[in-house]
Design a protein around this ligand. Structure first.
Ligand code: FES
Ligand SMILES: [Fe+2]
Length: 410
């Protein structure tokens, strides 16, 4: 699965982590590799092995100066490509320095994310084209948090529409980024959604169908683009949100959470609510990406709020309602003990697709779904349709990105 991830561009940092030229370098761990990221004097981004090629000192202690990162121990200096450009501790001896290079990966800013590609250079795909990083800056917002479990069990929460009616029931009508939509009533009115899952070029469309007015169904369509991009179906004219999960190692992941509106700027109150941890964002410990409510404080569980039905699980906020339960399964849930049911059909299909793609890559070198940027240009959809209509046919157009055109939402 690590090899599969190396076929894709992935978020490596939030752009705010490297805010200006020659700022402090940042430690990054993804796919179990310990890396250092920095932004040089010319604004170029670098992502390379954290440890100096001389004797293994962490370059986090280094000096970011004059277009390179200089090791604090003996002053060896590296540029953004990992190339050693100075060995001041040694006498000038031919081209010793030219032969010293740290493993390095490209690092590119698109939207509020610094993306990397950690695979072989010859299979490097074109840059990502998800709509949330392509709309103007005033229409989009991205946050980041650390989640203490395997990326896949976290992602599975993103394609499991059936938990919304239970776990998030208290928030649908109170959260500033959710409340007031007609869709909330359908959500609350039907606890037993019927799932229909359709293959797409890049992954899946997971359709969850609930009863609406006479002769009609309310459909929520969640796209999953491989390996780990999901988008929650919209509610009314609220901004649309979703996540990308990036493995730190087998037992931890980064969650990049976005909210954007395809056709208008986010309002001041919307942006503030996102920064305050409403919607699907989290409130983090200042200066870190660790949520304030976390494993060590039992996620600030409030039994009274649970009893009052304010929060179904007693945990505040949609993001931490999800993360607390997903982390409670253990760092990697034992799937041999699960009892999967009909509402898990999106999850079952996603696992099958991931497995198939990993095997096809290993055995035939097949390019997996979701690598092609054309696969990124999808949207989630919330729609009411006549009972006899097929969701795939009826939403084919609404699920495509059309720049400047609002999302299809109820
Ligand atoms: S360990 Fe980095 S220069 Fe010696
Ligand atoms: Fe959730």
């Amino acid at each position: 699965m690590g090899d599969l991830f190396r076929q894709y561009w992935m978020p490596a940092l939030h752009a705010e982590e490297l805010p200006e030229n020659d700022c402090a370098p940042v430690r990054v761990k993804i796919l179990s590799e310990r890396l250092i990221a920095f932004r040089d004097s010319q604004g170029r981004y670098g992502l390379m092995d954290e440890f100096c090629a001389h004797r293994g000192v962490s370059l986090w202690f280094g000096r970011n100066e004059e277009s390179g990162l200089r090791c604090a121990y003996h002053g060896w200096k590296y540029d953004v490509t990992g190339q050693c450009v100075e060995v001041p501790s040694e006498p000038e001896t031919g081209n010793f320095c030219a032969n010293v290079k740290l493993r390095a990966y490209p690092l590119v800013k698109i939207g509020d994310i610094l993306w990397t590609y950690m695979g072989a250079p010859q299979t490097r795909p074109p840059l990502p084209e998800f709509e949330f990083v392509q709309v103007p800056a005033e229409q989009t917002y991205t946050s980041k948090r650390w989640q203490e479990c395997n990326w896949l069990q976290a992602l599975e929460g993103g394609i499991d529409s059936s938990h919304v009616t239970f776990l998030h029931s208290g928030q649908l009508n109170s959260d500033p980024l959710f409340k007031g939509s007609k869709g909330n009533q359908y959500n609350a009115g039907d606890l037993k959604p019927f799932f229909e899952v359709a293959d797409t070029d890049g992954g899946l469309f997971v359709g969850a169908r609930r009863n609406a007015e006479e002769g009609k169904y309310y459909w929520r369509i969640t796209p999953w683009v491989m390996p780990s991009f999901t988008m929650v179906p919209p509610r009314g004219d609220h901004p649309v949100h979703g996540h990308i999960w990036v493995p730190i190692d087998d037992e931890n992941c980064w969650v990049y959470t976005f909210d954007y509106h395809p056709a208008r700027a986010l309002t001041g109150p919307e942006r503030q609510a996102m920064m305050d941890g409403y919607g699907v964002h989290s409130e983090n410990i200042p200066g870190t990406y660790r949520p304030l409510a976390n494993k060590d404080n039992d996620y600030l569980m409030d039994r009274d709020a649970q009893r009052r039905n304010e929060h179904f699980s007693g945990i505040k906020g949609i993001a931490m309602q999800d993360a607390s339960l997903q982390e409670s399964m253990g760092p990697i849930v034992d799937r041999t003990k699960e009892r999967l049911v009909a509402t898990d059909s999106g999850i079952i299909k996603a696992r099958q697709k991931l497995r198939k793609a990993a095997i096809a890559l290993a055995e035939e070198g097949a390019t997996p779904p979701g690598v092609d940027p054309a696969h990124h240009r999808v949207r989630s959809v919330a729609i009411v349709l006549p009972k006899e209509d097929s969701f795939m046919e009826s939403t084919a157009d609404a699920a495509k990105v059309k720049p400047g055109v609002p999302q299809t939402s109820v």
